[in-house]
Design a protein around this ligand. Structure first.
Ligand SMILES: Nc1nc2c(c(=O)[nH]1)N[C@H]1C(S)=C(S)[C@@H](COP(=O)(O)OP(=O)(O)OC[C@H]3O[C@@H](n4cnc5c(=O)[nH]c(N)nc54)[C@H](O)[C@@H]3O)O[C@H]1N2
Ligand SMILES: Nc1nc2c(c(=O)[nH]1)N[C@H]1C(S)=C(S)[C@@H](COP(=O)(O)OP(=O)(O)OC[C@H]3O[C@@H](n4cnc5c(=O)[nH]c(N)nc54)[C@H](O)[C@@H]3O)O[C@H]1N2
Ligand code: SF4
Ligand SMILES: [Mo]
Length: 704
């Protein structure tokens, strides 16, 4: 204590997070957040989003009380009500809809992996509805998790905390120096690069990460499977694979070898637009500098061939024997218990009613890692009642008007609902058209156990609720209270019980861990040597029989993107550039933070990156406002003209809306990448992924 300021050790959660921090509190308010030098993750470092946490926490526009709509939907006329009124009315309405048209007509929505992620899944099971969604999943992370499970029997992450440093890091469709998602943080990647290693980036943009790399392969979006197959071809043909590992620990090598024969670097060159010699060079560098980490990212998943693209890349780790070795890609330890999602409460037969589950078995079927609804099917059911009507949607931390493909159709879908309840930190365009808006707690106001990296915890952290804003409540509390009012199965056990249950294998209680914040058991390498890999063959499955049995290819294949200069040449005459969306910026998390002054000053306007050649041919200068159009719509962006991008690619930021503009729309259709994206088929046959990257677009200078 000094000057009435108390300092509390915690963990920043503005993003997927993990940065150890020291929260400075005065008069019940967060006044400063500083990086904790003692944290093994960030060693004192913080990004601007975390640094400006006090400005987010104390923002005057934070939602502070439950609100009930008074006027028409979207009229922004609200009435402040008590929590008891809000919970009683919402539960009565949800209960009535559930009774009339079945639990499946009530859906739950959420955004990226925030603290309450698994609690939403738990609440869906309690409600008895198979229909919950998250705009990532098919487009983010689920393909990587599922493919890892099928191929290696568990999820792999880069080994940045062991004693052996990687000799090579291959960054594939990933920019961790900015994004630090799911499994690693920017500082750990930076430390590994600073130590010096062979480094390669595969990305249509020369990103902050690519700029640190010795080799940058500017790939044509959506062609990563072709590149991976050609790299496998080089490695096998030149005998650079790890013969001992392949022989002892893999199945299907001969089939793979035969399968990749035609996929030479020369074959891949015109597809990927990467010179064959560079492909071979990258393949050799990755195969011969061991141990190697292969950092894969989102760019592999937001296309219609996500399953096979991710599989092709996954096999590179296996044939080079880089799995679960010090300094390579390690199989996570799962040191805490998985979240009790009350799966058994979902009534028999409900899984079959999950929208999209019969078609996209790896997203919604019984083999899915975490079965969820297919977003296009779910939103269609809201809009059209086909195959049945979804009438209520309860959203916990998601702004689908900004983050789900085809924003205008999302709007039609939400407007057709009988009941829309949105829990958020701020009044978003989605919240503005809701019937009830509930105020969520910010990270300094929540308690939670954080297993890190996500899904395969090697490190566990605990965070305490330090401050309180208005009547804001943690999402888990809201769901638990609704469960009690609705008398749902499993109601009564709250977050405290869940956290202690999860921590039991570590022999600590939440109340103890919260004092030290972080537990970090030592990694045990090469566990497979004791008990094999957790796959049906107990080996790494280069050929995957499980996939074959489900009707998918057992070996990875490349497919030309459906909306590309090669597959849609007529359309490409009008829309000559390749559109990618959503490359992350350091200043914002998805559609958040546009109202946070210090962050917005760092990045006032939405930007579209394009090559100097493109800009000059169109008479566009850096900073000009431009119109970017796709066959589905048009948006306004500021041009960022650069040589650090593939000359045929235009990259637009995602998540833009303007809290300063008039509601209820807050300009959400003006500069929103998802006005351009496609939620229509073809989808990935396994996950139903839709295309957010690798579409066609055109650019015009805005008339002044
Ligand atoms: N075009 C395009 N679209 C994309 C992507 C892309 O690359 N391109 N990426 C996709 C991916 S990978 C993802 S994961 C999604 C992410 O999409 P979302 O996670 O849905 O992101 P946001 O739209 O920012 O919605 C989050 C909302 O949650 C609120 N919020 C923050 N913390 C809390 C909390 O603790 N409780 C509650 N109740 N609310 C909170 C924020 O204020 C914000 O309004 O976007 C997807 N959309
Ligand atoms: N600051 C900040 N951090 C974030 C987020 C945020 O909104 N802001 N969001 C979080 C979330 S939910 C996620 S999923 C992660 C995502 O983090 P990452 O996985 O790092 O993904 P992105 O930055 O979306 O995209 C990575 C790269 O993919 C490239 N790319 C696009 N299309 C292709 C392609 O077809 N092939 C290849 N090889 N590359 C391609 C883009 O140019 C981009 O540089 O970030 C997380 N961290
Ligand atoms: S990267 Fe930034 S936002 Fe994410 S946990 Fe660290 S400080 Fe917080
Ligand atoms: Mo994501």
């Amino acid at each position: 204590m000094n000057d009435g300021v108390s300092i509390i050790k915690s963990v920043c959660r503005v993003c997927h997070g993990g940065c150890g921090v020291l929260v400075h509190v005065k008069d019940g308010k967060v006044v400063k957040v500083k990086g904790d030098p003692a944290s093994p993750m960030n060693q004192g470092w913080m990004c601007p989003k975390g640094v400006f946490s006090p400005e987010i926490a104390n923002h005057p526009e934070r939602l502070k009380y439950p609100l009930r709509r008074k006027g028409e939907r979207g009229s922004l006329k609200w009435e402040r009500i008590s929590w008891d009124e809000a919970l009683s009315e919402i539960s009565a309405k949800v209960g009535a809809i559930r009774n009339e048209t079945g639990p499946e007509s009530v859906a739950l929505g959420q955004g990226t992996g925030r603290h309450h992620y698994m609690h939403v899944v738990r609440f869906a099971n309690q409600l008895g509805t198979p229909n919950w969604y998250e705009p990532g999943l098919a487009q983010c992370f689920i393909p990587r998790i599922t493919v890892s499970n099928l191929t290696y029997g568990g999820f792999v992450v880069g080994d940045y905390y062991g004693e052996v440093a990687p000799k090579c890091i291959l960054f594939w469709a990933h920019n961790p120096l900015i994004t630090g998602p799911d499994g690693e943080l920017a500082p750990s990647v930076k430390r590994a690069l600073d130590k010096g290693c062979v480094s390669i980036a595969i990305d249509p943009r020369r990103t902050e990460t690519a700029k640190r790399c010795g080799q940058w392969l500017a790939i044509r979006p959506g062609t990563d499977a072709a590149l991976a197959l050609a790299m496998i071809n080089t490695i096998i043909n030149e005998g650079l694979h790890d013969k001992e590992f392949v022989e002892k620990w893999t199945v299907g090598f001969e089939e793979l070898k035969k399968h990749v024969e035609p996929f030479t670097p020369a074959w891949a060159e015109p597809i990927t637009t990467i010179p064959a010699a560079s492909i071979s060079e990258a393949a050799r560098a990755y195969a011969t500098n061991k141990p190697a980490i292969l950092e894969w990212g989102l760019g592999l998943e937001q296309n219609f061939n996500s399953l096979q693209t991710v599989r092709a890349v996954a096999l590179l780790r296996a044939i080079t024997g880089n799995i679960d070795v010090p300094g390579g890609d390690i199989l996570g330890m799962n040191v805490i218990r998985s979240y009790p999602t009350l799966k058994d409460k979902l009534p028999e037969g409900m899984g079959k009613k999950r929208l999209g589950s019969d078609e996209f078995k790896l997203l919604g079927g019984w083999r899915a890692f975490m079965p969820s609804a297919h977003i296009p099917a779910l939103f269609k059911a809201m809009r059209t009642g086909d195959p049945y009507r979804v009438r209520a949607l309860l959203i916990f931390g998601n702004n689908p008007l900004a983050t789900v493909a085809n924003s205008k159709e999302v709007y039609e879908s939400l407007k057709a609902l009988d009941l829309l309840v949105v829990t958020d930190l701020f009044m978003t365009p989605t919240a503005a058209i809701a019937d009830y808006v509930l105020p969520a707690a910010f990270w300094t106001e929540t308690k939670q156990v954080i297993g890190y990296p996500l899904v395969v915890e090697n490190m566990v952290m605990a965070q305490s609720a330090i401050t309180q804003t208005g009547e804001c409540r943690q999402d888990e509390w809201i769901m638990d209270e609704l469960a009690k009012k609705l008398e749902l199965p499993g109601a009564g056990d709250g977050l405290d019980e869940v956290m202690d249950y999860q921590l039991e294998p570590l022999g600590v209680k939440y109340a103890d861990l919260v004092k030290t914040v972080c537990a970090h058991p030592k990694h045990e390498y090469r566990r497979f040597e004791k008990s094999g890999f957790r796959t049906p063959s107990r080996k790494v499955e280069l050929f995957c029989k499980t996939l074959e049995r489900m009707g998918y290819d057992g070996l990875p294949t490349f497919k030309e993107p459906p909306e590309s200069p090669a597959s849609a040449p007529v359309l490409a005459e009008e829309f000559p550039y390749i559109l990618i969306t959503g490359a992350r910026r350091l200043e914002f998390f998805h559609s958040e933070h546009r109202q946070v002054k210090s962050l917005r000053e760092l990045k006032p306007d939405p930007e579209a990156e394009m090559h100097t050649i493109v800009a000059s041919s169109l008479g566009i200068s850096n900073g000009d406002w431009v119109k970017v159009s796709s066959p589905r719509g048009a948006i306004r962006m500021r041009a960022r003209v650069t040589d650090d991008i593939h000359p045929r690619v235009v990259s637009v930021e995602h998540g833009w809306w303007f809290p300063e503009k008039a509601g209820p729309e807050f300009g959400v259709f003006e500069s929103n990448a998802n006005v351009l994206t496609n939620n229509k088929p073809p989808y990935d046959p396994g996950f139903g992924s839709y295309q957010l990257r690798g579409l066609l677009c055109k650019v015009e200078k805005e008339k002044s």
